[in-house]
Design a protein around this ligand. Structure first.
Ligand SMILES: [Zn+2]
Length: 86
């Protein structure tokens, strides 16, 4: 007999394969059956699906740090110009 949390643990372990449709039919139907009766896992899988969709969307986010660094450097130079040495 499995404890109440065992199925949830399985879902957490299988969610990646589940979303990639990489599970064998028996396991997939077991996961689906559990999602139908467990709100927590349903939400979890839904979040994972969205995250996977964002990560798999292709274009990586533009890298902003260089621009930010340039601005910070420019500001530091500007501030140094205006701050009398003490
Ligand atoms: Zn669950």
């Amino acid at each position: 007999m499995t404890g109440p949390g065992q199925d949830c643990q399985d879902v957490v372990e299988l969610v990646t394969d589940y979303l990639e449709d990489a599970l064998d039919p028996d396991t997939r139907s077991r996961v689906r059956g559990h999602l139908a009766e467990c709100d927590g896992c349903e939400v979890y899988v839904d979040q994972m699906r969205r995250t996977a969709a964002v990560l798999g969307a292709g274009d990586p986010l533009p890298l902003e740090p260089p621009m930010r660094d340039r601005l910070l450097t420019a500001f530091r130079d500007w501030a140094a110009d205006r701050t009398p040495p003490s």
